[in-house]
Design a protein. Structure first.
Length: 396
């Protein structure tokens, strides 16, 4: 059935991936994505989510979603510019802007969509973008869509950024220049040197763009990496996702009123794709309520992160140089990493392997993400399993 050319392409490439052990089988969860998950009838301690604050299953969030569904329905009904701006979308944007200490904010259907829309709304083929070499795939795609020249600089290396910014400025080739970075890098858990970046940006008049998908809800008492450094007035674009710590789905850009006004008439995913569901918008508002009322969940994810890191380090694992609750366990060899993750899952810890091309060759790792919803007992059980598997495979 179907095109011969397509069938040939698919068969060859799928077989190639499978023979190299690189074909990823996606597990089906039999219940909610919480601290404990159920796969194929077995309960596992889940250390793979980005549900940092445990909000994905928080009773207040679910209640807010149900209430909004009853009031506004299940779908927004249209692209917002045509017919679909519900009061609840406006309210969400107002609350995000307050929370981020910016003049305004715009909500997108995902963090990925933010990068697909916001970069190309401002940058074009006459411009240059300085991009950290470890930036997220959606940033890379967003940069490509803009048509601007992409100039990669060494990871979090402000000397290299400065040298490349200077060269770009002096070349006279570019109209506008932008620097773009993750706030928190998800595979290592390290944090951008934002004061250093801002200094370079001021020297060379760079537009500043921070994608804080892993920092929002975690850094700066929940308000993010930019707030953590006290640099809210220095960053032009603050991107965040509503799908990780916030526990729902969606993304946003926070910035000046003029920037947000421009994105609302030029960001293509905003203009040509239907907006967030009312229930998602309401649940995100409730997440902001929860985070502003108390720092309990943010404190808890940091406490759990520290506890897991301390114990894995004590056992002799290489946990890299994370500065956040993200806890990589670096194994190195790709095959061994996959074997390690497979054994962890067999023993009851759901922690997936991450290998090339997501991380450089030879730095395969199992990435652990404790959340505010994990109890100490769950973490202790996970640590004991780590020890057992680590010894069995000669990793420690
Ligand atoms: C996860 C991630 C995104 C995508 O966010 P979604 O809301 O899941 O689409 C964008 N940028 C970075 C840096 C991310 O880590």
């Amino acid at each position: 059935m179907g095109s011969k050319a397509l069938n040939k392409f698919l068969t060859e490439n799928l077989n190639d991936l499978k023979s190299k052990g690189l074909y990823n089988v996606i597990n089906s969860l039999e219940g909610a994505n919480g601290a404990i998950i159920k796969i194929a009838g077995r309960e596992l301690i889940n250390l793979s989510s980005n549900n940092y604050l445990g909000l994905a299953t928080h009773p207040r969030m679910m209640e807010a979603a149900i209430k909004a569904t009853k009031e506004f329905g299940v779908g927004a009904g249209a692209v917002r510019t045509i017919n679909g701006t519900l009061k609840i979308h406006d309210e969400l944007e107002k609350r995000i802007a307050e929370f981020k200490h910016t003049e305004a904010a715009i909500a997108f259907q995902s963090g990925f969509n933010c990068n697909a829309g916001a970069i190309q709304a401002v940058m074009n083929k006459n411009d240059g973008i300085l991009s950290d070499e470890l930036n997220h795939a959606s940033i890379i795609d967003g940069c490509r869509l803009s048509g601007a020249k992409i100039i990669r600089y060494k990871h979090n290396d402000m000397e290299d950024l400065r040298a490349k910014a200077k060269e770009a400025r002096e070349s006279g080739l570019y109209n506008k220049l932008m620097v773009i970075t993750d706030g928190v890098f998800s595979m290592d858990g390290d944090v951008v040197n934002l004061p250093g970046l801002v200094k370079v940006a001021e020297e060379f008049d760079l537009i500043t763009y921070v994608d804080d998908a892993h920092g929002s809800g975690v850094m700066g008492m929940g308000a993010g990496t930019v707030k953590h450094f006290g640099l809210s007035d220095k960053i032009d674009f603050q991107i965040g996702t509503l799908s990780k710590a916030i526990g729902v789905v969606g993304g946003y850009v926070a910035g000046s009123q003029d920037l947000i006004d421009w994105l609302k008439v030029r960001a293509r995913p905003f203009l040509f794709s239907t907006s967030l569901t009312p229930s998602a918008a309401a649940a995100c508002i409730e997440a902001i309520n929860i985070m502003t009322e108390s720092t309990e969940l943010v404190d808890k994810v940091w406490e759990n992160g520290r506890y897991l890191k301390e114990n894995l380090k004590r056992l002799g694992f290489n946990i890299g140089h994370s500065e956040t609750p993200i806890t990589p366990c670096i194994i190195g060899d790709e095959k061994l990493t996959q074997e390690f993750s497979k054994k962890l899952i067999e023993e009851g810890v759901y922690a997936k392997s991450i290998v090339f091309p997501t991380v450089p060759l030879g730095t395969g790792r199992v990435r652990n993400m404790p959340t505010a919803a994990h109890t100490k007992e769950m973490l202790d059980n996970a640590i004991a399993i780590y020890e057992k598997v680590g010894r069995e495979l000669g990793v420690i």
